[in-house]
Ligand binder design. Structure first.
Ligand code: PHE
Length: 340
């Protein structure tokens, strides 16, 4: 019987050593050590042994059980470790692979121009202020001397939300809002960049576009101050040898009003494609703040005067970067935006 036992033990250990999975090992355990297993069966023969043989066989039986048990546990531990190692190897990062590159954004040309305009005017002592994009009819038109039914309202085809609210058609309402806030105090010296909306859509007009409004109010402000300020701006934005010229124009909220041109920065004024052979390029609208506008927002036109101007941001960006279709600025095409 002891021989048979030793044989069973050897056979079990060999099978354990050859096993390839934890399932196989569990089957081996049941086959030898289970309730009806080979070792269990052989132990039942103990009853027929003599009292001298019994302890010897008992000892051998225990040793065999322990040996098989230990071999099983060792095999399982080993297999688990191998499985873990394999999983780690599969999941681990290969540090020699090239990394995932991610694209850096760049400033949108409109943001660049707005930032540059802010810089230039801040360096001249202007304060940056903003106003709401959804505006009341009062601030967008009436406070700017454009009463209801005023024909000049047609110059700015608007997106109305209700009869009294609309998407602002220009940044000029920030003039009135600022004056109200300053409550008659001088000087007022603000630059107001922001988004504006009009029912316009072609290669040079977008329904959503941007402006920067300038407003200066003080005692003794004249049109010469306006011209000097705009010359400084033109030179910082488009080059130190730029000249400007003012052409008479009309805005209901300024009197007199002027369209401002800069000397062409491509041909220097000789005439070329960009300036359509005139030597001049229009860049903004401006004028002396209308006395009625001052009055409506709490300033006494007998005591103070002011000037205002409105810069079209897209126009500046298109000129500066040689963009010929305004829509390129709003299409979010990376091939276009990457160039800035
Ligand atoms: N708000 C005018 C426009 O959008 C521009 C402007 C601003 C003109 C300030 C004069 C003074 O056309």
């Amino acid at each position: 019987m002891i021989n048979k036992l030793n044989e069973l033990e050897k056979e079990a250990l060999a099978k354990i050593a050859a096993a390839e999975s934890i399932n196989e090992i569990n089957d081996i355990r049941i086959y030898y050590l289970g309730k009806k297993g080979e070792i269990t069966n052989i132990s039942k023969g103990m009853a027929s042994l003599s009292s001298e043989e019994k302890p010897l066989f008992g000892q051998a039986l225990n040793q065999a059980k322990v040996a098989i048990e230990e071999a099983i546990n060792a095999a399982i531990t080993n297999m688990e470790a191998q499985a873990l190692a394999a999983k780690l190897a599969a999941d681990s990062i290969d540090v020699t692979l090239p990394g995932k590159s991610f694209a850096y954004g760049s400033k949108h040309p409109i943001t660049r121009v707005i930032d540059e305009i802010k810089e230039i005017f801040m360096s001249m002592g202007y304060e940056v202020v903003e106003g709401p994009q959804i505006e009341t009819d009062y601030y967008n038109f009436e406070a700017l001397n454009l009463p209801k039914e005023h024909p000049a309202r047609d110059m700015q085809d608007s997106f109305y939300i209700t009869p009294e609210t609309l998407l602002r058609t220009h940044t000029s309402p920030v003039q009135a809002r600022t004056m109200e806030q300053k409550k008659g105090a001088v000087p007022v010296k603000v630059i107001c960049p922001g988004t504006v909306y009009r029912r316009d859509d072609d290669a040079t007009h977008s329904p959503e576009f941007h402006q920067a409004e300038g407003l200066v109010i003080d005692e003794n402000i004249t049109m010469a101050d306006l011209k000097g300020m705009l010359l400084t701006f033109a030179r910082q934005m488009f080059g130190a040898d730029r000249e400007i010229r003012l052409r008479p124009s009309y805005f209901p909220f300024t009197e007199p009003s002027a369209e401002v041109d800069i000397s062409c920065f491509v041909c220097g004024g000789k005439g070329c494609k960009l300036c359509k052979d005139t030597g001049w390029i229009e860049i903004l609208g401006s004028g002396m703040v209308h006395p009625r506008v001052l009055e409506m927002s709490g300033y006494d036109p007998e005591k103070v005067r002011g000037f205002a101007f409105g810069i079209g941001i897209e126009r500046i960006a298109m000129l500066k970067y040689g963009i010929n279709d305004i829509r390129a600025l709003f299409e979010n095409d990376e091939r276009f935006l990457k160039q800035f």
